[in-house]
Design a protein around this ligand. Sequence first.
Ligand code: FCB
Length: 492
Amino acid sequence: MIRFDRRSFGKLAAMVAAGSAWPGKFGVAEMVGETAGRGASAGSAASDRSFPEGFLWGSATAAYQVEGAVKEDGRGVSIWDTFSHLPGKTFQGETGDVADDSYHRYPEDIALMKALGLKACRFSIAWPRIFPDGTGTANQKGIDHYRKFCEALLEAGVTPYCTLYHWDLPQALEDKGGWQSKATAQAFGDYAGYTASKLGDLIKQWMTMNEMASFIDIGYGRGVHAPGLQLSKQKLAQARHWAVYGHGLAVQAIRANAGQGARIGCAENVVPAIPAYNAPEQIEAAKKAFVVMNSPYLTVMHTGQYTDGYLKMLGADAPVFTAEELKVIATPTDFQGINIYTATPVRAAENERGFEVMRAPASYPHMASPWLSIGPEALYWVPKLAAETLGIKEIYITENGCSSDDVVAEDGEVYDTDRVMYLTAYLTQLQRAVSEGVPVKGYFLWSLLDNYEWADGYSKRFGITYVDFKTQKRTPKLSSKFYGNLIARNGL
Ligand code: FCB
């Protein structure tokens, strides 16, 4: 047992004041010395925690969050330009007008990727750079920009993974109803096909959309994201339907236009149902929950059906759809991207659904973003349940990462030890899944850079590279060293 006398406690207090002590109750780590308690791990071989050869390590960003240059080279206006400039919609009225200025600084960003040893870069194309009005005449300068960007990636040995829609809908389409309208889904298919025909020689890996569950439910349901609407239940359900329909049309259009070797998927933030604890009946409950709770997006994309439970729950508010549309929605893809940040524990229940969702106590830990509760097991259970319940054969974790209250220390470094903790915990669970044969083929860390975090503006930092938004100086954080080391070892 450790006892604190006045002297050692005084010394500890002085260390804390100087910023050298590790936080923790009574600073026990400082008292017992740095090697204490380490003996037990000495025998665990590195290879026990390695990933299969060829596992794809990447990072992810999105156009509006990093590019800036919103008025350059003929780019049209997107709903995020409009929304972020409306008073009161974003943290301190911040916008993506400049963001990380990656439109100009991408060579520097690619150099960071190369230094990390990244094999793949997930980025998004801004629809209004290709079709400033959403449809009609294409903007050659937009195509030219992404060609140069992809050429630079390939030159650095980094494979481009392109998302065609990460929330920046051309405003002209929103003015005609946005995702409430079937015409937007058709316009998306046309944009996807055109872009694939122009970039298909450089890009082989395509994702149609990022997180339908976010841009529809948060943008058109809660109104917290662009376009800031709070639709009725029925209209919201219909908008969800047109989003998945747009995805299906885009899969077909990319397939028809991208040329040989194109591989197509999307990146969805599923409801991350996990069993409340590891017991057969709880796992069964999590499986049921996974299929039903993901009904409007992932499930319908992979089964061509909305679950009875979903339609019943909506009743008169259910979307209007045809069998033909369902077929389009379920157009076969080559892989499924899944974005995972949190976990939703569920348990078995004797109700009609057979499960119930757990509530989080106030003490449940979260990262800097209040919504980002910590649930590492999601990286084990979610891909496993997706493979087992929906028969998905190839999965990529297309986003995972966290916000941290990063600061640049006096020595110029950023000690984001909490992010390293978060990533270690999640990746340990991913390694567990992969070693059991769950078909996850790669992982994209969100994000390469601190960037414009939508309605949270620049107040929430998700990067493994710190960005000083005044000078645009990039400083790799401790987590970037962690990630580079993990990639080099292909293991934890
Ligand atoms: C995801 C978004 C991504 C970023 C991260 C933190 O939901 O896809 O753009 O905002 O959250």
